[in-house]
Each structure stands twice: as structure tokens, then as C-alpha cells.
Design a protein around this ligand. Structure first.
Ligand SMILES: Cc1cc2nc3c(=O)[nH]c(=O)nc-3n(C[C@H](O)[C@H](O)[C@H](O)COP(=O)(O)O)c2cc1C
Length: 177
């Protein structure tokens, strides 16, 4: 099966996006994939702010993405787009870091008015990183995500379509030789 990196682009310590990303990683593991969650907020802030591509943690993340077959890019919507910290990491990756990978974009947001940030803000930057196979993604309203001690609970309105795009992503990933 495939190796997947799941990126969470929220700077929040109590992030709904990160909880959602962990749920997606768990679902992909049940399909037999290896899935690793990377929270951008756990990376060294100075390396992100100073664009230090030599920082060992950044080098390690870039290597993990290079080795991955698939990448899930999950971010909250901030100011009508993905977050600045996610962009700070993406800026440190090689120019075509997503070439040859299957990519699943996922956004969370507070307003349905910003659903199109997925296609108008996130998708172009994924394409610019060389991703030719970006599968349909999903936007989840924050009010549909409840984080509990036992894990994350999704409103059925969000759960069905989100899991559907994840399952499509899982199916189209390359099968390891
Ligand atoms: C600084 C900031 C800016 C935001 N801007 C938007 C926005 O433009 N559109 C929107 O729909 N939601 C916006 N939100 C709401 C978040 O996208 C939403 O609550 C998200 O699920 C938070 O995810 P997190 O808990 O992982 O950080 C904003 C939240 C913050 C903190």
C-alpha cells in the first residue's frame, strides 16, 4: 500500500483541523496505508519565519514528503485562503515537491462563503508545486467538528462527503510493488 503524509496547517494548539487530519490519517491506516500526521505548528518557528531550508526539522519534513506517494494538505481558512504557516512550510519545499504524488486538499472554515478557497487558493499552490493529480477535496465547516477527549466527532452533514473524498483518494493511490 502507499505512504502518505498528512499536513495540518493550523497554528492553533486546540486545532479542529489537526483533529480532523488525525481522523483522516487513521482512516487511511485502516485501508492499509502508512500515514503520518505532520502539524506545521510543531515545526521550528524561526526556521519557518526565516525560510531556513537547512533546519534539520524542515529537511526531515521535505524528505518525508519526497518519499510519500500521497499527501493530504489540510488547513483552516484564514482571511479567505489557507494559513500563513502552511504557506511558510510550502515555501521551503523544493519547487516540484508534489510532482508524481496524489494530493487531497481539505479545508476547515467558519463560513460557507469561503468554500471556494479550496479551488481558488489552495489548489493553485498545489499545482505550482508540481501536483498533477489533485483529487476532489472537501471544505468542512468548523461547527461540524467537535473535538472530544475520545477523538473528533463530525456532523453527519460533513462526515459523509469528507469520508467519500478520502476513500476516493485512498483508492487511486499507487499500489506498492
Ligand atoms: C485568524 C483567523 C482568520 C479566519 N478567517 C476565516 C475566513 O476568512 N473564512 C472562514 O470561513 N473562516 C475563517 N476563520 C475560521 C477558521 O477557519 C475555522 O474556525 C477553522 O476551522 C479553525 O481551524 P483550527 O481550529 O484548526 O485552527 C478564521 C479564523 C482565524 C483564527
Amino acid at each position: 500500500m502507499s505512504t502518505i503524509v498528512v499536513l495540518s496547517g493550523s497554528p492553533s494548539a486546540t486545532s479542529r483541523t489537526a483533529a480532523l487530519a488525525e481522523l483522516l490519517a487513521a482512516r487511511l491506516r485502516t485501508d492499509g496505508h502508512t500515514a503520518r500526521l505532520i502539524r506545521v505548528r510543531d515545526l521550528p518557528p524561526v526556521a519557518l519565519l526565516h525560510a531556513d531550508v537547512t533546519d534539520p526539522a524542515i529537511v526531515e519534513v521535505a524528505a518525508a514528503i519526497e518519499a510519500a506517494d500521497g499527501v493530504v494538505v489540510a488547513s483552516p481558512v484564514y482571511k479567505s485562503a489557507y494559513t500563513g504557516v502552511l504557506k511558510a512550510l510550502l515555501d521551503l519545499l523544493p519547487q516540484f515537491a508534489l510532482a508524481g504524488k496524489t494530493v487531497l486538499p481539505v479545508l476547515t472554515g467558519g463560513s460557507p462563503a469561503h468554500v471556494l478557497a479550496l479551488d481558488y487558493a489552495l489548489r493553485p499552490v498545489l499545482s505550482s508545486l508540481g501536483a498533477h493529480h489533485v483529487v476532489p477535496g472537501w471544505f468542512v465547516l468548523d461547527q461540524h467538528i467537535t473535538v472530544t477527549d475520545a477523538g473528533v466527532v463530525l456532523d453527519p452533514v460533513a462526515e459523509g462527503p469528507l469520508l467519500s473524498v478520502v476513500d476516493t483518494f485512498s483508492r487511486v493511490l499507487p499500489v506498492a510493488a
